[in-house]
Design a protein around this ligand. Structure first.
Ligand SMILES: *[C@@H]1O[C@H](CO)[C@@H](O)[C@H](O)[C@H]1NC(C)=O
Ligand SMILES: *[C@@H]1O[C@H](CO)[C@@H](O)[C@H](O)[C@H]1NC(C)=O
Length: 446
């Protein structure tokens, strides 16, 4: 730790100069012109029960190198946290180890000026001044008042099951607040898709394939106690073992979320803040407590917001998808007619809202617009898996398509360390999952 601290102090000066250079820049990189369509078969199998304990069941879905765990949880927040850490303990430990290593390497790289924009500037300064562990403690202490009790109870349950100080988890979960996950999203309906009814939504996370997260993919299905409506409803959090905030997810109210961390904003974002409700908790509360798009947008408007992001909210009951420009200062809804940024490299497409990789990101948005236009009117999940994410080369770590009309999701993770096949999630076989089957799962008879 002290060796690390020296390194950071040394880099402090370099970091400050970098800040000025990255203002108003465009995102780096572009899709390869020789990107290939994804022709892998879609895996459509029933989940298999592996084990059950009090308040939890563990299933796997998919096979071989495309296996995903599904963990069902029942009870109070405390009971669900306790059962989660009990049934997925070794995967959870692995996930925490991967995250820690990944974040440390990203911070070093950011302080070196190699991964510009990945972290909030204010957080890098906090780390530069205090070291990573203390920075997370400061962040965690200052944000606790913005975090709902049910999260703290769930964390307490996990900590008790694992025999760990809950403070460690609270601090650990701050990490998503401090990094910028470049990602992509779209929502398509009406004229864009073959069916008259329906909504297709994409969430694609580009965190690289070396983070190790893909070794422990997990869909966590929460079944909160039904004795009071204030406990929320059933929903699926799509992520990794032990992860309780949301980047992607789908609820029994047919609301789904996507997100993009913005490293290349323009001035319309205004200010960022380090202290507020972590956005992954805002997204999770949408899945757990909100019934309609308007509920979700009100939650976002009223939240003590922090980071620069683009959020995507789909409501499959009314086939509505909007993206939301999100920062401490603003919460602006965008539909297909008001889509931003307004630029020739980001053309408006009727009945489609889309964002490729970042906000000011011509290279990826142009290719995404091109692929969506090519499939226009015939944009189905299968076609988008084949020709959109694969050709835009977005979703290196985790890609999920939500097909609301059929109440199914299709999801793929990057190649795990021990696995074969293509490296990036967008090149691999997707696993199809029927969401109503997940939400109607019965609790263990124990
Ligand atoms: C965080 O809060 C704990 C408990 O209140 C306290 O002991 C600790 O000193 C605080 N840490 C910082 C860095 O403020
Ligand atoms: C729509 O996509 C399907 C599947 O790729 C294809 O078979 C069909 O020909 C397409 N229809 C049109 C009108 O392009």
């Amino acid at each position: 730790m002290s060796k690390y601290l020296n390194f950071i102090l040394f880099c402090n000066v370099a970091f400050i100069t970098n800040l000025i250079l990255i203002e108003a820049a465009y995102c780096p990189g572009k899709p390869s012109p020789s990107a290939q369509p994804n022709l892998n078969p879609i895996i459509d199998e029933k989940p298999l029960l592996v084990s059950e304990i009090k308040n939890a069941k563990l299933y796997t879905v998919g096979s071989g190198d495309d296996l995903i765990k599904i963990v069902h949880l029942w009870g109070t927040p405390y009971e669900m946290g306790y059962a989660h850490a009990t049934i997925a303990m070794s995967e959870m430990y692995q996930f925490f180890a991967y995250v820690w290593t990944f974040i440390e390497s990203q911070i070093k790289s950011s302080l070196n000026g190699n991964t510009e924009g990945f972290f909030k500037d204010e957080f890098l300064k906090l780390v530069a001044d205090n070291g990573l562990e203390l920075a997370l403690e400061i962040e965690s202490n200052k944000t606790e008042i913005y975090i709902s009790n049910h999260f703290l109870e769930e964390i307490q349950g996990m900590a008790d099951a694992a025999g760990i100080d809950p403070k460690a988890y609270k601090q650990f979960y701050m990490i998503s607040e401090l990094g910028k996950t470049s990602s992509s999203m779209f929502g398509a309906w009406g004229l864009a898709i073959p069916s008259v009814e329906g909504l297709l939504q994409l969430g694609a996370i580009d965190w690289g394939t070396d983070s190790g997260f893909q070794n422990v993919p997990q869909i966590t299905v929460y079944h909160p106690n039904k004795d009071s409506s204030t406990n929320g409803h059933d929903f699926a959090n799509i992520g990794w073992s032990g992860w309780i905030g949301s980047f992607q997810g789908y609820s029994s109210k047919k609301l789904a979320v996507s997100q993009i961390g913005v490293s290349y904003p323009d001035i319309s974002f205004g200010e960022e803040s380090l202290y507020g409700t972590p956005f992954t908790y805002v997204l999770r509360d949408i899945l757990q407590f909100d019934s309609t798009f308007d509920d979700a947008f009100n939650r976002i408007k009223n939240a003590k917001r922090t980071s620069n992001l683009i959020l995507g909210i789909g409501d499959g009951k009314i086939n509505k998808f909007n993206s939301i420009q999100y920062s401490a200062s603003v919460a602006n809804c965008m539909d297909d007619t008001t889509l931003k940024p307004d630029a020739d490299w980001h053309p408006k497409i009727t009945n489609v809202v889309y964002h490729g990789v970042d906000w000011l990101c011509p290279s990826f948005n142009q290719v995404m617009a091109g692929q969506i236009t090519k499939l226009y009117g015939n944009l189905t999940t299968e076609n988008a898996i084949r020709d959109v994410t694969s050709i835009v080369q977005t979703g290196s770590l985790l890609v999920t398509y939500y097909d609301f009309e059929n109440d199914v999701i299709y999801t793929a993770n990057a190649r795990g360390y021990e696995e074969e096949g293509p490296e990036n999630a967008y090149e691999r076989s997707f696993v199809k999952i029927k969401m109503n089957d997940l939400f109607s799962e019965l609790p263990p008879n124990l």
